[in-house]
Design a protein around this ligand. Structure first.
Ligand code: SME
Length: 151
């Protein structure tokens, strides 16, 4: 197991313990962003985009530079994750057709859906300012983290 995998396991344990304080999803998502963003070096932007009642995908809690408030429907990596109902692994954002650049420094990206029961309510979006910054196995840990939000 790599040091990064061990770090994710420690973060998951810490989140489980923190989440005993409340089941409020906003408080939990805010804590996920703060913890991940400050513990994992290759993260540049860490945040949630959530669907509202009009099916708009709007920025919610995040850490990092200012980002787009609303993502154009069916465009970019976050909408692809929602529409395909799967996590997205994008080692080079320039090679992803329709990628939405909220910040020109973002070079690689991971997007993980958030489910409430069986319904997707939004995504966790993580950007790095370096190409190829993420390992594909990070998806597995981030999916475990998202499951905790509504558990
Ligand atoms: N790149 C995302 C938009 C959100 S920003 O990365 C914060 C996308 O293509 O959906």
């Amino acid at each position: 197991m790599t040091n990064l995998e061990k770090k994710y396991l420690r973060i998951i344990e810490q989140l489980q313990s923190l989440f005993a304080q409340t089941n409020n999803p906003q408080s939990r998502m805010a804590s996920v962003c703060a913890l991940l963003h400050h513990k994992i070096d290759h993260y540049f932007w860490t945040g949630y985009y959530l669907l509202d009642d009009n099916n708009d995908l709007l920025v919610s809690t995040y850490q990092g530079p200012i980002a787009c408030l609303k993502l154009q429907k069916d465009k970019g990596v976050c909408w692809a994750s929602i529409n395909r109902k799967k996590s997205m692994f994008v080692p080079d954002v320039e090679l992803f057709p329709g990628h939405i650049a909220c910040n020109s420094l973002s070079k690689s990206e991971i997007v993980i859906p958030v489910y409430r029961n069986d319904e997707i309510v939004g995504v966790l979006d993580i950007d790095s300012n370096k190409k190829d910054a993420f390992k594909e196995y990070e998806i597995k840990y981030l999916e475990q983290i998202n499951i905790l939000i509504y558990s």
